[in-house]
Design a binder for this molecule. Structure first.
Ligand code: FAD
Ligand code: NAP
Length: 543
């Protein structure tokens, strides 16, 4: 029996793009009483935390933003093809102010636990300071890439210089004129390397796995391009919603091996000249992420470019990637060119592993001590479920999220878990594979619709069934089997974290297919969810 009304209708955890949009949607459109919390000192999530030199989007900037604000949608964010961190931060601040959200966001507040009260049908969330709040619904917009991963390398704490992770970049840290080392050559490491090489005294790159990187073609928009986007933005967005990854272009339907070698090279070269990793992987041919031969053709093209660009043959050899080109694709401004600079050197950790971090720098197995003022960890994230597993989340029957996910993390539709009623995840495990902002808007719009339907019908308990969660997770696994993304260790499948159970964390069928599935589920009366009044739910559990 519900006798104590909760303090809020909904609590949103996280004030990145997901949390901001969920707060707006539930508060301004559904009229609910909502409070958001973030452990950060500012709003923006990813764009608040990742202030390292060179941080920017690598999705096309025109579609890496919210689409819901029809007053501003026709105006590009920032001046360049990709959005710099500072422009993204300013944009998100402007959204928060325009929609009156700021006063409803409590910053500097970590939520350490979330416990579901089955009698009241409410969640109690408790901050790190021990302050508790109750709400009917909780949106966990914790960020798929927000639990920082710092490898435990011997001697790490002995370093006397500055040791930083890129996703916790200190505001007071300047690397200009310094001796800087960087561990990691993923999207973050390569962005950092390109930017840092311009200003540091010496840059030492500690590379474990050589990276497939293509140019991003970044440059300022011309006035003509801006005018064209203003005139055609509706078409651009129509394409986003109906395409495979919502990246602002139409993916190829042509198999790589169906054309001649000469034609393949011509298409790869055109994509290389235009720039953008997603275009290179998906706009060139339809099967690079699926067919080993197509994948090898793309990989071989990139290797041939490395040979052309990098002057020192020994450095070129170390930079040469092998194996499938099947991690989240990376693009950058002149990545391989950087290694022609006199102030940049490359250490291949496969050949000379790190023995230990010393007070002066990094000692490698060849006995060389690389002396450093700053050591940067661009070592990524414990992605998707990492932030959840750091918290004490207890659902129905007191089950913890760690117990629920003991055989690997799953969900229903990337948003819900059985036994965790009224909890809606933004980009939780088994989520849509897409450019994130349209994926985020898709999810928030959809679960807001589900909440509204339930409330209009006098129901306030929404729970995914066990069968729905199992079936969705299995479907994701089955589709993943056909993707080369599942064959290479990376954050996408948990293979980047030692000891983590591997599962490709995406519904790799993509955005258009995902939206179609959501429509079908809604059309079938939110199939796979049980909508109840709390008391009815208790009866159901006792039955
Ligand atoms: P986040 O922005 O990560 O926000 C989550 C928030 O939750 C954080 O502020 C965190 O502090 C807070 N939080 C977590 N746990 C708690 C807790 N227990 N208590 C309180 N607060 C908590 N994606 C693309 O599609 N294209 C790109 O070009 C792209 N570029 C990227 C560049 C960088 C450098 C990085 C790191 C990621 C990039 N991404 C990109 C992915 C990016 O994370 C998403 O696009 C998007 O910003 C995610 O938004 P979010 O709100 O879901 O999560
Ligand atoms: P990442 O892709 O997981 O890369 C981490 C890097 O650290 C890899 O090179 C990895 O090497 C290395 N590493 C990890 N542990 C190591 C160890 N013990 N010793 C040596 N090297 C180690 O992480 P990320 O670069 O932060 O990118 C994560 C995701 O964030 C991206 O894929 C993207 O989705 C998003 N992002 C986007 C952009 C953008 O361009 N817009 C920028 C940054 C981030 P191995 O490869 O050998 O594991």
């Amino acid at each position: 029996m519900v006798d104590r009304p909760p303090e809020f209708d909904a609590i949103v955890i996280g004030a990145g793009m997901g949390g901001i949009y969920a707060l707006h949607k539930l508060r301004n459109e559904l009229g609910l009483d909502v409070r958001a919390f973030d452990r950060a000192a500012g709003i923006g999530g990813t764009w608040w935390w990742n202030r390292y030199p060179g941080a920017k989007s690598d999705s096309e900037g025109l579609v890496y933003r919210f689409s819901f604000d029809k007053d501003t949608i026709a105006e590009p964010v920032g001046d360049n093809r990709y959005i710099d961190q500072a422009d993204m931060q300013a944009y998100l601040e402007s959204v928060v102010d325009k929609f009156g959200l700021r006063e409803h966001i409590q910053l500097d507040t970590s939520i350490d636990s979330m416990v579901f009260d089955e009698v009241q049908g409410t969640w109690t969330v408790t901050t790190g300071e021990g302050e508790s709040h109750t709400a009917r619904f909780v949106v966990t917009a914790l960020g798929p890439l927000s639990a920082v991963y710092v490898p435990d390398i011997k001697g790490r704490d002995s370093f006397r210089g500055r040791l930083v992770h890129t996703a916790a970049w200190p505001a007071d840290l300047s690397i200009e004129g310094k001796r800087v080392g960087v561990v990691g050559t993923g999207s973050t490491g390569t962005q950092f390397i390109c930017a840092a090489a311009k200003t540091v005294d010496r840059l030492t790159v500690f590379q474990r796995t050589a990276q497939y990187c293509v140019p991003n073609g970044n440059r300022p928009f011309t006035e003509e391009e801006k005018a064209e986007y203003r005139a055609n933005h509706q078409d651009v967005w129509a394409e986003v919603w109906t395409s495979y990854v919502g990246g602002g272009f139409r993916e190829s339907q042509v198999a790589a091996m169906s054309v001649s070698e000469e034609e393949r090279r011509r298409i790869f070269q055109a994509a290389w000249d235009k720039g953008n990793a997603f275009r290179f992987m998906l706009e060139t041919f339809s099967d690079i992420a699926r067919d080993p031969a197509a994948n090898e053709a793309a990989g071989e093209f990139i290797r041939s470019k490395i040979k052309e660009i990098v002057k020192d043959p020994e450095t070129a050899r170390k930079l040469m990637p092998s194996g499938y080109y099947a991690r989240r694709p990376v693009s950058n401004e002149d990545y391989y060119e950087v290694f022609n600079q006199d102030n940049v050197s490359l250490v291949s950790l496969k050949e000379t592993p790190i023995r230990e971090i010393t007070p002066n720098g990094v000692l490698t197995e060849d006995g060389v001590e690389h002396e450093l003022d700053v050591l940067v960890f661009a070592t990524g994230f414990d992605a998707f479920d990492g932030t959840y597993r750091q918290m004490d989340i207890r659902g129905r029957g007191g089950v913890t999220i760690q117990e629920h996910w003991k055989d690997g993390s799953g969900s229903y539709l990337g948003m819900s878990c059985h036994r965790f009623p009224n909890m809606f995840m933004v980009f939780g495990p088994c989520t849509v594979f897409s450019n994130l902002p349209p994926g985020i808007e898709t999810q928030v719009d959809w679960f807001a619709g589900l909440i509204k339907t339930a409330l209009d019908d006098g129901k306030s308990w929404i729970e995914a069934t066990e069968d729905a969660e199992r079936t969705w997770t299995t479907t994701c696994d089955q589709i993943a089997e056909h993707s080369l993304f599942s064959k290479v260790d990376s954050f996408i499948n948990g293979g980047n974290i030692p000891g983590k159970k591997k599962r490709l964390q995406f519904y790799v069928a993509g955005l258009a297919a995902y939206r179609k599935k959501l429509e079908e589920v809604m059309g079938a009366g939110y199939e796979g969810f049980v909508l109840d009044a709390p008391a009815e739910s208790q009866d159901r559990q006792m039955a």
